[in-house]
Design a protein around this ligand. Sequence first.
Ligand code: SF4
Length: 480
Amino acid sequence: MSSAAAYEAYRGLLALQHRGQDAAGILTYDTFTKMFAMEKDLGLVAQVFDQKKIENLNGFMAIGHTRYATAGGDGKRDIQPMVEGIPFGLGMVHNGNALNYYQLKAELSEKFRHQLLTGNDLEALIHYFGHFLMNGDALPTEKTFTFDNIKQAAGKMFETVNGGYAVLGLIAGQGMVGFRDPKGIRPMVLGLKEIDGEKHWCVASETVAMTYLGYNYLRDIEPGEVFFIDMDSNFQSAIVKKEPERAHCMFEWVYFSGAESAIDHQTVYGARLKLGVQLGHKATAAMQAGEIAPDVVMPVPDTSRTAAISVADALKLPYREGLIKNRYVARSFILSNQDKREHAVELKLSPIVSEIAGKNIFLIDDSIVRGTTSIRLISLLKKHGAKEITLGITCPPIRYPCFYGVDVPDSKDLMAHNKTVEEMAEMIGVKKIIYLDEEDLRQAIGTTKLCMACVNKKYPTVVTEAENYARERKKARAAG
Ligand code: SF4
């Protein structure tokens, strides 16, 4: 038995480290011992795993996860993958959030007497999927599931779980299963490589992982699609719930995904260049109106670099790096509490004073969420002699919470909520803020089928349980 699958999962997680830095884990199923093997812990991927741990993860199939906490706390209890041994072996990871988690949890307790052991919605998903897969059978001994069983179970999951989720699982001794929410809010991509005539499959949140591992990016898993890969590497899939409108998270293009990735065969890098072009149009108008007069265009590293290149081209101004990122400090937005975030802002950027002092700077950033980062950045630039600063943001104002797996908090914690753009500019300390609007975003990304609920409050699923969810989420986060 080999740990090659675990080693590939490890390398894939390294490529996806930007998606979560709280914790990491890998699960395999060893067909020889007929047991799951799992390693997971708090920390970065390279801190969690060493060679010995990976060598212990035997099996032809592996699933892995990097976590940033949007449901549950950020303690050890809630790290993924998670495994259930009863009524059969099922281990899973997921990206996203079940908006009706607290309702599912109550139902599990009342109807099925399941006591959940964690605060992570994945645990509820595992119980439900296992239950639906059993389809009421009490004794599953040596039961082999057919793809029809799996399709039926996924269909019931789509009816039961409200939210944005991309789920991947290992069924003991049988294979790998995966499904994506019917609106396609959270991403999931499929890749393939052939070695000596054998098919090797890779499923990931982003194409960067599969490119890094030498897989060919075939396609995105469709919204409402379920697939199964058996132990002989046969791939079967079906769309079991088709919604009229997909609603892919716009934040994947704006901020979350790596620039090297593609979503629906549209490159994230290309989309960010176009976001910069759109912002350039708006800034040109402001310059022509005499509202701003920047000398240089400067990105907030790293995500905004790509857009800033296009803005500089559009304005025919020099592009300058004035802030250098310490790559060993985690991204501030996805660190999971305010203290950690504020500390990270101070640690992570060093100024190049010669590019800042005496300059009128057009500073490009991807978003303003809580406003913490922007306030500190502007103060840093001013401390080092910036004369005047205009802030260009490559998405519209974020005014509403996200319930689908991105840590956009309650409205009252969002700087743009209940404030005009002028009020925000004053609070942050800049001359002007230039935002993109929703139409700019659609044009740059090249699709109208986007979730922009954190911008326009048009949630792609029913959010009647959102208030309860937000309250419980806050309590869980405060408890850590
Ligand atoms: S609400 Fe915002 S962050 Fe959440 S899925 Fe929709 S676009 Fe993405």
